[in-house]
Design a protein around this ligand. Sequence first.
Ligand code: LLP
Length: 422
Amino acid sequence: MASVQTLSHVYPIGSRIDGDGRLQIGGCDVVELAERFGTPAYVVAEDDLRARARAFIDAFRAAGHEDFEVVFASKAFPATAVMALFAQEGLGCDVASAGELHLALRAGFDAAKLVLHGNARDDAELQAALDVRVGHIVVDSGDDIDRLERLTAGLGANPQPVLLRITPGVSGHTHEKISTGQADSKFGVGLAEAPGAIARLQGLPGLELRGLHFHLGSQLFTLETFRDGIAAIAPLGDFPVYNLGGGLGVAYTDEQQPPAIEDYVAALVETTREQLGAGKRLLIEPGRSLVANGGVTIYRVVGVKRNVSTWVSVDGGMSDNLRPMLYGARYEADIADRLGGSSRVHLTGKHCESGDVLIRDVMLDDPRPGDVVVVPVTGAYGYAMANNYNGVPRAPVIFASDGEARVVVRRETLDDLHARDV
Ligand code: LLP
């Protein structure tokens, strides 16, 4: 028997439980979505993504700061439809490779709204960004400066705008694999080396150093971390543009309460005004906080095995969501037409590894083969890090809005698995 009939705030905005106790996302019955599109599948509430994009924009205006750009970190959900939605909402796009650059252009972003990142870009990758004249290239190292000096030697009259990525020696309180702001990081230029890099960039005719960038880490819950980062880069000089990266955390489980988008943006605006002065152009690069809560993954229960524990096996796992295995990330789950429940189970994937467990010790309502299980908060870095381990075709992406659902990325076929053979 379902014991809980209120929906956790981690589900997409607009989700509800109908009168029969069935979950609806974007106005669509989740069990019906599973029947119609198959499982596993990523289901995205389109209105949720739009609402969060608008929340970031509104937050800057509410904080009295008009000169800003919200740049979607496309690595969080690099599907063309998701990127196109954010392009329509007026966002910019952070691309971390020539591949993401290609996708962003295809999704309709103006090149001027693109920010190219990366700690290991070869000539070809930088040239691809120069060819379309992206809005900013973020310089990550002295080797980048060498490359760009060569590649932009002829651009004198029309220099390429760049930002310099600083590693401010501020570490976010997060998983070590996604903390980047600490001094001992593979990204950016340290505080001690920054003045030399700034002077070099300012002397190159093909480049226009517009300002500084940092990205402190991901899944950050403490606004103080961002304040510390801004204070750390303030002594490096006075620039017209500051890009403060991404990193705002999201709630994966009911008890987590990350800062609200409004409070995060207000803290950035206030601190930059204090530390860097008024009238700066501010860029931020949210990834996770734009897309995580808008997406869920739906699975079908294949089997239920009881030994020391109860193992509920579903038809996906580490091929559609690597985060539990990579970061020990915690998720919640429900059966789509019997939410809540009191059976303690391990929700496990179908892959040939004991570590392929999506959620240990999750409470479900007496799961049985055929049930549709929904795991919320998979919109960020799920599709992005999907893989074909064990020859499992990658899952489709379904957009749901106002009771209508449509496939925006089709399911991979078995033939796709050998499509690159030569
Ligand atoms: N800007 C830069 C330069 C970044 O490197 C990142 C993320 C972002 C923005 C967006 O950060 P967000 O707002 O999403 O926290 N695969 C990991 C996350 C890796 C994040 C890498 N960089 C995960 O699944 O948790």
